[in-house]
Write a protein that binds this ligand. Sequence first.
Ligand code: SAM
Length: 228
Amino acid sequence: MQFDIITLFPGIFESYLSESILRNAVEKGYIHVRFHNIRDWANDKHLTVDDRPFGGGPGMVMKVDPVVPCVEAVQQMEEDPGHLVLFTPQGRTFNQRIAEELVQEKRILLLCGRYEGFDQRVYDLLRPDEISIGDYVLNGGEVAAMVVLESIMRLIPGVLGDEDSAKVDSFSEGNRLLEEEQYTRPREYRGLSVPEVLLSGNHQEVDKWRMQNRIERTQERRPDLLDQ
Ligand code: SAM
């Protein structure tokens, strides 16, 4: 799967992509990630990418030019222009359903904002899929791009060592409940024991306990998921 990240700060992603599962996914060719610096499309001698808002007000706005020509050039780099995601706190709120939807794409462009966000004409001309990662405001779209990239790549078959891992995760397509409590060795720690049933070797009873535990946890923590 091809990811094209469009940002003013490509350096933010360096260590993120060079560790752990993401590094493996890149090295094994499950994902290809390219970076495009919006500033490279600035056409004045100061390489300006932002300006003061018309009508006054605080902060700076990302200019329509160079953002639009930059995105168009990236889209044209391949026959498939890809699915364009633009990060904004005003977009649809990202969740596992959207990750499952986006993993169907062959190519995704992730457009990261900074400052007070983009000139409205960026939205009007590019008609992007506007995505928010939650009701709070970040300095820029880079962290949002990492969140979206990581949750999508986990769903690519082969990326996780264990094929079933993503299928039983909380919120996943096959689960829709929160995952159950997890235990590993030791059997007892500071007086707290692992539930007997998990040590019984009786797979039917273990499955029954896990399902019951998922339902109880979901009821307690996220009853809204059961309504869905
Ligand atoms: N003034 C904008 C507003 O109130 O809607 C917020 C701009 S924010 C400081 C700068 C950039 O960070 C945004 O253009 C967006 O790309 C990114 N960003 C901030 N919060 C985000 C969120 N919750 N989800 C996705 N992107 C976010």
